[in-house]
Design a protein around this ligand. Structure first.
Ligand code: NAP
Ligand code: F7E
Length: 339
């Protein structure tokens, strides 16, 4: 019988790639979707016609219990979150509720539906993946960051993710659940939300190249990140869920680039000189910045055999080409079908 997966956050970047990957692996895939007539659900269904949907919201405990009862999943991937860091200062309480407490509600739904009690093996029947984040490292205490590096989150988003991360470990220890956290570093793609810096830059370059804009406004160009390709990272999520033991893993490339280097590469990919177009804007700086993040993915390589396949330059070129195509076709990048 096909294994059955339930994915929260299926309308997001990672949800789409994970669903594709699991369908390729022969899974029956269900997506938890929220809201009435959510246009992102229609977009997701255009791309992923084989996915079945169940209604639910990470803010609503009863809806999660009903979703787990209905789907009877073998694996639950909790990708749903408020994921844009600046929004987490504007709506800190909502971020805590969705990105933090949402993890508790999903774990409780699994616990209740599998009839687990403390120390009972029954809760091991449904496997749980939590989308943890390198933002938990925040102001880093060492570089590169490993599974053992301490946390010093710098935003309400990072704090909420740290809560979800510790809770996942706690349910593993308290109830014997197969519950894992992937500590994923920044991963991007042509399906990335348009507010994140890589996509903002690739879209900005495409607009300038096609004569639709004359400048690109950005915040801190000196921040450094370890950027990889989302299509590679969802494979790591699945490998963690199929591992013999539930453990947490750092997933990244081990290479850091600055926002300035990202901008240079993206403009160069379109044959443009970035210095003629990029304007920095103090209003886009954050109340507390994460200056640098760089993964040490040795454990994932050794235990899961996971390696990133797409390089930084290939990723940037892929995103710029995709946005040039999208805008040339006259599509609205926030509304368009995923490439
Ligand atoms: P994304 O594109 O922003 O997608 C977020 C998803 O969360 C959307 O499907 C959204 O659904 C859903 N969601 C928001 N509020 C919800 C609620 N109340 N109940 C249920 N679902 C809700 O994020 P992503 O880049 O794919 O990232 C996936 C996960 O990995 C997130 O948890 C993120 O924090 C984490 N993460 C991402 C990265 C990265 O670099 N991409 C790195 C580390 C960790 P709607 O369509 O209904 O809004
Ligand atoms: O910012 C700087 C900004 O918003 C990256 C999420 O997926 O990855 C993501 O979080 C850097 C920051 O991603 C602009 O200050 C400069 O230093 O693309 P971002 P993020 O905050 O790193 C982690 C791992 C997650 O878990 C999150 O969910 O770029 N930057 N100028 C800018 N950033 C944005 N967005 N816009 C600018 O204009």
């Amino acid at each position: 019988m096909a294994r059955r997966a339930l994915i929260t956050g299926i309308t997001g970047q990672d949800g789409s790639y994970l669903a594709e990957h699991l369908l390729e692996q022969g899974y029956e895939v269900w997506g938890l979707v929220r809201g009435q007539a959510n246009p992102r659900v229609s977009r997701m269904r255009r791309l992923l016609s084989d996915v079945q949907v169940v209604r639910g919201d990470l803010l609503d405990q009863g809806s999660l219990i009903s979703a787990v009862e209905r789907v009877q999943p073998d694996e639950v991937y909790n990708l749903g979150a408020i994921s844009f860091v600046p929004m987490s200062w504007e709506q800190a309480e909502l971020t805590a509720e969705v990105t933090g407490m949402g993890v508790l509600r999903m774990l409780e739904a699994i616990r209740v539906c599998s009839g687990a009690s403390r120390g009972s093996a029954a809760s091991g029947q449904i496997r749980f993946y939590q989308a943890s984040s390198s933002e938990m490292f925040g102001q880093v205490s060492e570089t590169p960051q490993t599974e053992r590096t301490g946390f010093h989150p710098r935003s309400p988003y990072g704090v909420a993710k740290a809560y979800g991360h510790f809770l996942t470990q706690n349910y593993r220890e308290s109830y014997g659940m197969f519950a894992v956290s992937g500590i994923l570093f920044n991963h991007e793609s042509p399906r990335r939300g348009t507010e994140f810096v890589t996509r903002k830059v690739s879209l900005g370059v495409a607009r300038i190249k096609l004569g639709l804009a004359t400048e690109l406004r950005l915040g801190n160009l000196e921040a450094r990140r370890d950027w990889g390709y989302a299509g590679d990272y969802v494979k790591a999520m699945h490998l963690m869920m199929r591992a013999p033991r539930p453990e947490d893993y750092v997933i990244g490339t081990g290479r850091m680039k600055s926002v300035r280097e990202l901008v240079e590469a993206a403009f160069a990919a379109a044959g443009l000189d970035w210095e003629r177009y990029v304007v920095t804007d103090q209003a886009l700086h954050r109340p507390a910045e994460v200056d640098l993040l760089c993964a040490d993915p040795k454990k994932a390589r050794a235990q899961l055999g996971w390696e990133p396949g797409v390089s930084f330059d290939e990723l940037v070129a892929m995103m710029v080409e995709s946005d040039l195509r999208l805008l040339s076709d006259g599509a609205d990048p926030d509304d368009a079908s995923w490439p």
